[in-house]
Design a protein around this ligand. Structure first.
Ligand SMILES: NC(=O)c1ccc[n+]([C@@H]2O[C@H](COP(=O)([O-])OP(=O)(O)OC[C@H]3O[C@@H](n4cnc5c(N)ncnc54)[C@H](OP(=O)(O)O)[C@@H]3O)[C@@H](O)[C@H]2O)c1
Length: 347
């Protein structure tokens, strides 16, 4: 029997999945632990006695249906999402439950909007891709910075990461996206995604204190170029990454994150600094916190909580900024994120 507190987590034993499971428990939900590897599921149950594990494979729709039986929503943490998103969205639609994922893969996120927008809307259900650090947080910040603007000329999202120790899932997702692009780079300009072979520029980004100015790689394009223009009229969306973190990510000996606190977070810190420009006017908002994987859990779980309690603005496939009250959402995460709103930006 299902309960309204049962939330399925696919990829529950992955690095991000574990943060999501812990966050659901902390918020009084009962995670259903889903994944393709029975042994890894059983090991996770040892850490969470009393929780139910269900083995399921994206190649076997019936196993997904059994796994989602009684779930009130599903959070997909299993990437590469090029492989997992469509089968899980299909299963969520069959089950008639909301779907949220943490996909940071631009092409997979585009596919989710393209393939499921009409069916999800017709079913009156909700599909929220990229509801995580990349794609979700930036979109909430852009939407917050926009305030009463309905359009802007440019949106800039600068990632000030102290370091980036990537998980195996991040590296696999990057490799899949790279293959899908034929090794080309991607940027969002003139109101569309553009594939190119230009070298990426290095520039200085003026992060707010205490981080201050940092060397960043320009056009280090992240999932925000899908989520932001999905609902904001803005022809130019650019994302930037601190040069140090970009170097870490591409290092041949890139190492996985290691826990430094009781919540399992790494020592990595981040600032996401957003600037929107319309005519001659700029508005800025930034958020700071610890560990880009860990913060993805309260983002995804807050999203599910809002969906399940009717605090949404639309149905169908929608990004965080489109479906939620962005400033209110960010305020709700105040124990995880510190917001910096300059005086000339009203929220
Ligand atoms: N948007 C963001 O900011 C954000 C934040 C966090 C994570 N992510 C993304 O989330 C994904 C997972 O990241 P992670 O840090 O949790 O990595 P991870 O620790 O390596 O975990 C990957 C998880 O995905 C599962 N998985 C991979 N391919 C699968 C498939 N075909 N079918 C079923 N399960 C599959 C793995 O299961 P097995 O062990 O059985 O292979 C494992 O549970 C990555 O794509 C990452 O980029 C995005």
């Amino acid at each position: 029997m299902g309960s309204s507190r049962n939330v399925a987590v696919f990829g529950a034993y992955g690095h991000t999945g574990r943060f999501v499971v812990a966050e659901l428990c902390e918020r009084g939900y009962v995670p259903l632990l889903l994944g393709r590897d029975q042994d890894k599921l059983l090991a996770l149950v040892e850490a969470h006695p009393g929780l139910e594990a269900r083995q399921a494979s994206v190649d076997d729709p019936a196993s997904l249906d059994r796994a989602l039986n009684g779930a009130t929503a599903v959070i997909n943490c299993a990437g590469p999402f090029a492989t997992t998103a469509a089968p899980l969205v299909e299963a969520a639609l069959r089950a008639g439950i909301p779907y949220v994922d943490v996909a940071a893969e631009i092409e997979a996120n585009v596919d989710t909007f393209a393939h499921f927008a009409e069916r999800a809307r017709a079913a009156g259900t909700v599909v929220v891709p990229a509801m995580a650090f990349y794609g979700g947080l930036g979109d909430l910040l852009v939407t917050t910075a926009m305030g009463d603007w309905t359009a802007a000329d440019e949106a800039h999202i600068a990632y000030g990461l102290s370091s980036w120790h990537p998980t195996a899932g991040t590296l696999a997702a990057g490799a899949v996206s790279g293959q899908r692009r034929g090794g080309r780079r991607v940027r969002y300009t003139g109101g569309r995604l553009e594939y190119h072979d230009d070298a990426l520029p290095t520039l200085e980004w003026p992060f707010p204190a205490p981080l201050g100015p940092q060397s960043v790689i320009g056009e280090f394009t992240m999932a925000d170029v899908v989520t932001v223009p999905s609902h904001v009229a803005v022809p130019e969306v650019r994302t930037y990454m601190t040069a140090k973190a970009a170097e870490d990510l591409s290092a041949p000996d890139a190492s996985a994150p290691t826990a430094v606190d009781e919540r399992g977070r790494s020592a990595q810190t981040f600032v996401v600094d957003v600037l929107v420009r319309s005519g001659g006017t700029e508005r800025r908002v930034s958020a700071a916190g610890q560990d880009i994987y860990a913060i993805s859990a309260p983002l995804a779980v807050e999203a599910v909580d809002r969906i399940l309690t009717g605090r949404t603005r639309t149905t169908g496939v929608a990004s965080a900024g489109a479906i939620f009250d962005a400033p209110d959402f960010l305020r709700a995460l105040s124990s995880h994120l510190s917001l910096h709103v300059p005086l000339d930006t009203r929220v």
